[in-house]
Design a protein around this ligand. Structure first.
Ligand code: ADP
Ligand code: MG
Length: 226
């Protein structure tokens, strides 16, 4: 059963008089439990596509279904309150920047999503998630007191707290050295294998991309046929 289905999805940005098709008519179906990587040169549309699939941006056209909900139809979105629910029930987001709140401890940062919404399936056991990610000794530290690799683990813990079905990671190792990058990739693989979380990874690091069961390359807003 597919968890994400996009048909002819596109996103046009206007820059002055110029129209840029950042995503230019993509069809894709992602199965629940899959691990998919998107690679491609800078500017090929990776971030735009992952934002569209994660319902963070409205497409200019095309249709997108998440689970059994049609989120966008001919570029038109479902009502914002329903869309918010789809986001919260399905997705955990991880970015290149960690976006931790500097005045909150690690444990408090991990709990931030609860301030907005708590899924019925939420794992409110912060220490269990922290242990799985190897940051259990850091729970009372402030972000400035931990390493970059640990900061990204905190961001992953925060993404996991509401028990997402899909983890979307846009260049999650872009700020990390190769050893920390491998560790983050190990974590994503483990979550996919053991927790059966669908993982969608954007990276231009081919070694990391290879962790996925399927690697798709973008060029000029389209998926290259391999
Ligand atoms: P990637 O993540 O692969 O580097 P992006 O999805 O960020 O690619 O960008 C794809 C194209 O869309 C680029 O040409 C970029 O300049 C353009 N683009 C992305 N976001 C915007 C925006 N908000 N406004 C205008 N152009 C944008
Ligand atoms: Mg990008």
């Amino acid at each position: 059963m597919s968890i994400i289905r996009a048909r002819n999805i596109n996103k046009i940005y206007l820059r002055g008089a110029e129209a840029i098709a950042a995503v230019n008519g993509i069809d894709i179906e992602i199965e629940a439990g899959e691990f998919v990587s998107f690679t491609g040169a800078s500017g090929s549309g990776k971030t735009t596509l992952i934002h569209l699939l994660g319902c963070l941006e409205n497409p200019s056209g095309g249709t997108l279904a998440i689970g059994d909900a049609t989120v966008f139809e001919a570029g038109k979105a479902m009502p914002e309150s329903k869309l918010n629910l789809v986001r919260r029930v399905h997705f955990g987001y991880i970015f290149q920047k960690f976006y931790l709140i500097p005045t909150l401890t690690v444990a408090e940062n991990i709990r931030v999503p609860f301030a907005f919404h708590r899924n019925t399936g939420a794992n409110s056991n912060v220490s269990e998630i922290a242990s799985m990610l190897g940051i259990e000794k850091r729970l009372n530290h402030l972000p400035k007191e931990i390493s970059g690799g640990e900061m990204q683990r905190v961001a992953i813990a925060r993404a996991l707290i509401n028990n997402p079905k899909v983890l979307l990671a846009d260049e999650p190792t872009g700020n990390l050295d190769s050893k920390r990058s491998d560790e983050i990739a190990d974590i994503l693989s483990q979550l996919n294998r053991e927790k059966r979380i669908t993982v969608i990874l954007v990276t231009h690091n081919l070694n990391l991309a290879k962790r996925a069961g399927r690697i798709l390359e973008l060029r000029d807003g389209r998926i290259l046929q391999s």
